[in-house]
Design a protein around this ligand. Structure first.
Ligand SMILES: [Zn+2]
Length: 181
């Protein structure tokens, strides 16, 4: 059996790279890793680790099974939310939330306008009665779903080969038995 002691779990993740995701810095995901949370958003970037599944459309997204969910409140970052939405595979995210029994996502990716509710500011006395905006209900719901909800334990199943990856304490194990690598 070939074993490389240098191999870390991180290297074994297969990152599902959409054309526009290469240059994105994802501080939220980094933080999630530190806190051992597999956020729903993370599932947008994961696909089966088996070579034969790499280019197979059925291997993405991985399907949650017997998932135990956890919700941890985090601060909503409107800019991050706005930037990440176009980088998501929306159909995959809809499938995932549906499979997890979470509230349905909108049919289409919400537009920038739908993410903010304009609020007249109270700065009229200063002669600058401008319009500011705050996150809309849609933005808050998306934040809760994508950023605050995570899979604490359960399985992630490949739709192509059927392999089941275990998630324990918020960490998915993508190590494959040697005969499957
Ligand atoms: Zn697979």
């Amino acid at each position: 059996m070939k074993r490389n002691p240098q191999t870390t779990q991180q290297q074994l993740f297969q990152i599902h790279v959409h054309p526009t995701t290469e240059d994105i810095s994802i501080p939220y995901l980094r933080k999630a890793r530190e806190r051992k949370e597999m956020k729903i958003l993370t599932l947008n970037f994961l696909t089966c680790a088996r070579k034969t599944c790499k280019s197979n459309a059925a291997a993405f997204p991985l399907h949650p099974k017997d998932a135990e969910l956890e919700q941890v409140e985090t601060e909503l970052n409107p800019l991050f939310l706005r930037n990440i939405l176009p980088r998501l595979d929306w159909e995959a995210m809809k499938t995932l939330t549906n499979e997890l029994g979470l509230p349905n996502l909108p049919a289409e990716i919400p537009s920038e306008d739908e993410l903010a509710t304009p609020t007249p500011t109270a700065t009229v006395s200063e002669g600058e009665g401008g319009i500011e905006s705050e996150p809309s209900r849609t933005a808050k719901d998306l934040h809760t779903l994508l950023m605050e909800t995570s899979i604490q334990s359960g399985l992630l199943v490949c739709g192509n080969c059927g392999h089941e990856y275990a998630v324990k304490e918020g960490i998915a194990n993508f190590l494959l038995p040697s005969h499957l690598v």
